[in-house]
Design a protein around this ligand. Structure first.
Ligand SMILES: NC(=O)N[C@@H](CC(=O)O)C(=O)O
Ligand SMILES: [Zn+2]
Ligand SMILES: [Zn+2]
Length: 344
C-alpha cells in the first residue's frame, strides 16, 4: 500500500537566502516546495531600512526560477538607530512582515544588532501599536553564560522583560532549542515559536561524538536529548503557537569545514521529507499540515496557500549531497538515516 499525504503548500517562517550568487543557487531549493518564506535580514551589510528591504525583495524576485510560485516576506534588521516611522511605513505599505531582533554578537552577521534594549523601546512600542511582529534570536551573549544556557537565560533576562514593558507586542521566538523555550511559548499570549527541522533530529551528541561534525553546528546550538524531545512534542502537538521555520542557512563548505567554522544547517532541499519522517515517528502525520502550512499563516494573519503538496512513502530518497553555487559548494543536511518520504 502506498502511503501518501496531501497538505496545503507549506511556508517557511525563518529562512536565510543570502544574496548574489548564493541567492541564485539556494532559492530554487526553497521555491520547489514552499509558497512563502520569512526572509532573514542578516546580510552584510544588513537589511536595515524600508528601502533596503525593497531592494532586497527585488533582487530575490529577479532570481526566482521562471515557473516559481513564491512570495518572499521581508523583514528589517533592528538596530539601535532604527527609525520607528520608517518601520511603520514599511509595514503599512505591505513591504515587510516583521522586524528581526539580533542581540549584538549572538550569531552570524549580528554585529549591528542590539546591545542596549532601551534604545529600541520606541520602535517596539510602535510595532505593538500597529501589530507588526518582532522575530527574536533568543540568546544572551554574555561571555560568562554557558552557550548551552544562553536561550534559557535570554528568556528570563531579556525576552520576558521586553514583553512586560511592551504589552501586546506580537513576538516570535525564532528557532527554539529547549524545553524552556517551549514552556515559555505556551505560557504567553501573542507569542509564537518557530522550530527548525534539524533541531527535531539532532541533539548535541550528534555534533560532538565520534569527531566534530561542522555541518551539524548551528546557532542556537543543539541541546541535550531531553530538549530535542520537548521540541518534537511541541511541533507534533497541534498547538498553533508552534510552526516551521527551517532556519536553512547556507554557508560554503570551506567556511563550515574550518578551524573557526560558521554556524548554520542547510535544510531547504529535504525539509519536507525529513519532517514527514519525524512526524511519522511521532505517530502524528495528521499534525504535519498544521505545523508547516496552517499555524504560521494564522500567527502572521495571512491566508493559507491555495495549492497543495503531496508526500508519498517509497524507496529511500536520493538528494544531492551538495548544492553548487558560484561561491562554492553547500552541503545539504544529512540526517544520518534513510528517509522514505518523497515530495511528488
Ligand atoms: N542559525 C545559524 O546557525 N545561522 C544563521 C543565523 C541565525 O539564524 O542565527 C545564519 O545566518 O547563518
Ligand atoms: Zn538566529
Ligand atoms: Zn536563522
Amino acid at each position: 500500500m502506498t502511503q501518501s499525504l496531501t497538505l496545503r503548500r507549506p511556508d517557511d517562517w525563518h529562512l536565510h537566502l543570502r544574496d548574489g550568487a548564493m541567492l541564485r543557487a539556494v532559492l530554487p531549493e526553497t521555491t520547489r516546495h514552499f509558497g512563502r518564506a520569512i526572509i532573514m535580514p542578516n546580510l552584510v551589510p544588513p537589511v536595515v531600512t524600508g528601502s533596503d528591504a525593497a531592494a532586497y525583495r527585488d533582487r530575490i524576485t529577479d532570481a526566482l526560477p521562471a515557473d516559481a510560485d513564491f512570495t518572499p516576506l521581508m523583514t528589517l534588521y533592528l538596530t539601535e538607530q532604527t527609525d520607528p516611522d520608517d518601520v511603520a511605513a514599511a509595514a503599512e505599505s505591505g513591504l515587510i512582515s516583521a522586524v528581526k531582533l539580533y542581540p549584538a554578537g549572538a550569531t552570524t552577521n549580528s554585529a549591528s544588532g542590539v546591545k542596549d534594549f532601551d534604545k529600541v523601546r520606541a520602535v517596539l512600542e510602535r510595532m505593538a501599536e500597529i501589530g507588526l511582529p518582532l522575530c527574536v534570536h533568543g540568546e544572551v551573549t554574555d561571555p560568562d553564560i554557558d552557550i548551552f544556557d544562553r536561550e534559557a537565560v535570554f528568556i528570563d533576562r531579556v525576552l520576558d522583560p521586553i514583553r512586560r514593558a511592551t504589552p501586546g507586542l506580537r513576538t516570535v521566538m525564532e528557532h527554539i532549542t529547549t524545553s524552556n523555550g517551549v514552556d515559555y511559548a505556551k505560557s504567553q499570549d501573542n507569542l509564537g515559536a518557530t522550530i527548525t527541522t534539524h533541531h527535531l533530529i539532532i541533539n548535541r551528541n550528534h555534533i560532538l561524538v565520534g569527531g566534530i561534525k561542522p555541518h551539524y553546528y548551528c546557532l542556537p546550538v543543539a541541546k541535550r536529548e531531553e530538549h530535542r524531545l520537548a521540541l518534537r512534542a511541541a511541533a507534533t502537538s497541534g498547538d498553533a503557537r508552534f510552526f516551521l521555520g527551517t532556519d536553512s542557512a547556507p554557508h560554503t563548505d570551506p567556511n563550515k569545514e574550518n578551524s573557526c567554522g560558521c554556524a548554520g544547517c542547510f535544510t531547504a532541499t529535504n525539509t519536507m521529507s525529513l519532517l514527514a519522517h519525524v512526524f511519522e515517528e511521532e505517530d502524528a502525520l495528521d499534525k504535519l499540515e498544521g505545523f508547516t502550512s496552517l499555524n504560521g499563516p494564522a500567527f502572521y494573519g495571512l491566508p493559507v496557500n491555495e495549492t497543495t503538496l503531496t508526500l508519498t512513502k517509497g524507496e529511500a530518497i536520493v538528494i544531492p549531497e551538495k548544492i553548487i553555487s558560484e561561491e562554492g559548494p553547500v552541503t545539504v543536511f544529512d540526517p544520518g538515516f534513510p528517509v522514505n518520504w518523497h515530495v511528488s
